[in-house]
Design a protein around this ligand. Structure first.
Ligand SMILES: [Zn+2]
Ligand SMILES: [Zn+2]
Length: 270
């Protein structure tokens, strides 16, 4: 099922309709820019709004009741309308948009690069009413010291677009002091962005802000790197220092680690 878009989300559900007369798919994309106006809503009572407001309204109505049918009295005839049929565009005669093909979850950063047919193809390929497009993948940004990891991950955190890191299945060991691994700053930046300033273990806000403006959270590998864990977003979480110490030293650390796999959808057991 789809979820309502929130301003800080990195991905968003977009409705996709069948094209007119068997043509390409029709999708509600920001073809008029993110701050341009869009005419949307029921055929009988269209509204006008900027892109994300319009999209949220469409999402909310779909979540409330996709298939509600109501009757419109026009001068000449009574007309049945499906709630899911949305006007989409700027003019009075704008085409109708009904999410009859389905919904595609799209990285927000790629919204303006996508075409309607990209989304139609994604739904057809998935053979499902709900599917998602994977964002472009980020090559590892390898860092051989805690200082460079901090600097590079802060830089990537601030980039307008954050791609899904491929990470490293087996990070290289360094011959320095104990427990040093070559880490991927893209993984750190991505995990910190997903955490949105809150510990992914106890859910509380980061205890303080660092001089570089980022919330203080530590990135922990659920299966330790020293035990052969990967340096991937599916094995990394952003946690507060208390939870981090407990995950390493606590009597219940195994239980807490286990519960993270259900709490954080990104994680995969290794
Ligand atoms: Zn915590
Ligand atoms: Zn750790």
């Amino acid at each position: 099922m789809i979820s309502l878009f929130k301003d800080e989300d990195v991905s968003v559900w977009v409705p996709v309709a069948n094209g007119k007369g068997g043509g390409a798919a029709r999708a509600f994309l920001p073809f008029n820019g993110r701050t341009g106006t869009y005419r949307y809503g029921y055929k009988a009572s269209p509204s006008t709004g900027i892109y994300f407001d319009a999209l949220r309204d469409i999402q909310q109505s779909f979540i409330d009741d996709e298939h509600q049918v109501f009757v419109v009295n026009s001068v000449k005839k009574k007309e049945k309308q499906h709630k899911a049929r949305w006007r989409h565009g700027n003019k009075t005669g704008s085409p109708l948009l009904g999410p009859s093909m389905g919904w595609v979850r799209v990285p927000v950063d790629e919204l303006e690069k996508l075409s309607e047919s990209d989304l139609g193809k994604a739904l057809q390929a998935a053979g499902a009413e709900f599917t998602q497009l994977s964002p472009a993948t980020a090559e590892p940004v390898l860092c051989d010291s805690p200082e460079s990891l901090e600097r590079e991950s802060a830089r990537l955190f601030r980039e307008a677009s954050i791609a899904l890191p491929s990470g490293q299945a087996a990070p290289a060991r360094q011959e320095r002091s104990a427990e040093q691994f070559v880490r991927d700053a893209a993984v750190v930046a991505y995990v910190l962005r997903e955490a949105r300033g809150n510990c992914e273990c106890c859910m509380k806000p980061a205890p303080f802000t660092k001089p570089n403006g980022l919330p203080y959270l530590e990135v922990h590998h659920v299966k330790r790197l020293a035990s052969g864990g990967s340096d991937k977003i599916s094995n990394a979480i952003a946690v507060c220092p208390n939870c981090h110490r407990e995950l390493h030293l606590g009597a219940n650390s195994d239980d807490i680690a286990y519960s993270l796999y259900t709490k954080v959808g990104r994680l995969v057991r290794e």
